[in-house]
Design a protein around this ligand. Sequence first.
Ligand SMILES: [Zn+2]
Length: 403
Amino acid sequence: MNSYTAEWVLPITGEPIYRGSISTENGRIVDVDDRAGSEAIDLGGGVAVMPALVNAHTHLELSYLRKTMPPTEKFLDWIRTIMATRRQYADAGDPRILDAARAAIAEARASGTGLVGDISNTLVTAPLLREASMPAHVFYELLRFNAVDPESLVREARSRADAAADNDGNLRVSLAPHAPYSVSPGLFAAIRADLDAHPGQVTSVHLGESPEEIEFIRRGTGPWRVLLEELGVWNDQWQAPGTSPVGYLDQLGFLDRRVLAVHGVQFDGDDLDRLRSRDMTVVSCPRSNQHVGVGAPPLEAFYAMNVGVAFGTDSLASAPDLNLFSELAEARRLAPRVSARALLASATRQGAVALGYESDYGTIEAGKSAQLIAVRVPDAVDDVEEYLVGGIEPSAISWLDPS
Ligand SMILES: [Zn+2]
C-alpha cells in the first residue's frame, strides 16, 4: 500500500482538495482524504495530483507522418496529400510505421495520458498498445462509399477486431465508420447492427469537420464529390440527404450515446440539440482543426448546450505532439468563458465515459484504477485548475506508483 499527501488533489468529481491525501493498493485507489495522511509520502509543496488524462481521439498508426504534412487552408488539399503519402507506405507493418507509433505511445504516456481512443485502419497499433500497457479503445475504422456487400465486410472486420482485443478488458476493439462522405448508408447500417450486437462497446465517427462535408451532405456537390468520382468510388444510388451530417446520421438511426462524434467544427444549434438529446459526446481536437484548415470548433457552444465534451490530439499528421495538456491550452484560448474545471473534466472523466472506461478511469475515487499523475505547480499559483489548463510540459509530470 502507498499513501501520498499533495498540496493539491484534483478528484475531478468536485473542487480541488488542498493538502489532500490518496492511498493506493494493488493498482487501485483505496482512499481519498481531505487531510494529510500521517504516514503518507509527502509529495511536497507545489504538486497537484490528478487522474491520468484521456486522449479520446488519435491515429497512432499515422505517427510516422509527423512534421511531413504542412498546415493547409483547404481540407481537401490535406486529404489528398495524406492519401498520396500513405500510398508510399503500403505495408502496414513497415518498421517505420511501427517504430513511430511505439514512440508516440511513450510520448503520450510521458505527457500524462493513461487511456486512449485510437483510430486504426490496419489494427497494427493494438499489439503496440498492449506491449506498452496503455489502456485503449481501438476503433477499427472502415471506409467504403460504394460498399456492395457491407454485411460481409463488417463480419470479416469483426473477426479481425475480436482477434486483436485483449481478454483483460484494457484493450478493446470495435468497428467504426470513417465519416458520412466516405461510408455508404448500408455500411453505416451494418456497423450499427454490429454495435447493437455488442452491448457495452462504443464507436466513433468523424462528423461535421469541414465545410466541404456540409456541402456534400446537403447538396451532393463540391470537392468531396469530385474526389469520390476521381477515386472511382462514386455511388450512383446515393442521394444527397439535404440535411446536416448530424441530421443525416440520425436519420440512418446511427446516433446514440455510444457514438463519439469527433470534431464538430461545423455543428450548429440544431446539431448540438440533437447530440444532447442523444446523450452523446463530442471529441474536440482544436489544434488539428486549425492545421487542416477547417476552422475553430464552437467550444463555448458545446458547453453552453450541455453536450458532453472530450478532447483528443488527433494524429501526429495534424498535431505537433500528443500532449493533451497542450490541447487543453488551445481549448482554453478558444473558450475563455468555460471554467478550467469543466475543461479538466473533459480531458479526464468525459473521455473515460465516452470510451466506456468510466468505472476505472477519469476521476480519483476509491475503487478506481490508480493511474495518477503528479504535476509540478509553481509556488505563486493560487488557481491550480487554471494553471493546469495553461499548458504543461512532460518535464513537470510524473506518475505515482500504483502499487
Ligand atoms: Zn481523426
